[in-house]
Design a protein around this ligand. Structure first.
Ligand SMILES: [Cu+2]
Length: 196
């Protein structure tokens, strides 16, 4: 699957259709600052203010979080989770199509909340892992809609996590390195799905 970036290309192609509001707001701000701005310049500045949404960036942060938990490193897990929050906050909804926006909005709040809890609990790895159960489901859903960011991913399952109810995680490697049990049982679990 190809790297999916929504942003400048989409904005340029469907500028009037999807981004009417952003033109208006930027234009008003700029007019307030400088009444001599040309339409051309307003257009350029409007496109520059649109943040791109990169599923690849969120996957990369997630994989860092997953690898930190596999190493029992709550501090690094916290840092990576905070990066997910930062990546989510800057996404401009106007750069997403209707169907993408719906999926994103269904997932984003939950994803952000779980990432915030992991970020805030660097010294409580058991608590981080509880939130990682839900966060991993959100990432799996995100990948289903937005693709794998151009890299092969694996959906792994550990039957012992989540108090024996089992839990999934997403990995970039075929080898099992369990983020729920860490060094205690690093190879517990199996690959359930390959996401090409
Ligand atoms: Cu919490």
């Amino acid at each position: 699957m190809k790297l999916i970036i929504f942003g400048l290309a989409l904005a340029a192609g469907t500028f009037t259709a999807c981004n009417g509001n952003s033109i208006t707001s930027v234009k008003q701000n700029d007019v307030a600052k400088d009444t001599n701005l040309t339409t051309q310049r307003v257009f350029v500045e409007a496109t520059q203010t649109i943040q791109t949404f990169s599923v690849k960036e969120i996957i990369a942060d997630y994989l860092q979080l997953k690898n930190a938990l596999a190493k029992d490193n709550g501090k690094d897990a916290s840092t990576a989770a905070n990066a997910i929050v930062a990546a989510l906050v800057k996404v401009d909804m106007k750069t997403l199509s209707g169907a993408q926006m719906k999926t994103f909005m269904d997932i984003a709040d939950d994803l952000k909340e779980n990432a915030e809890h992991i970020g805030a609990n660097a010294d409580k790895i058991a608590h981080q892992r509880e939130h990682f159960i839900l966060l991993s489901k959100d990432i799996a859903d995100l990948v289903k809609t937005f693709g794998n960011g151009g890299q092969t991913l694996y959906k792994d399952f550990c039957p012992m996590a989540n108090n024996g109810k089992g839990a999934i995680w997403i990995s970039e490697i075929k080898e099992i390195k369990n983020p729920y049990l860490g060094k205690a049982m690093p190879t517990c679990g199996s690959v359930k799905e390959t996401i090409q």
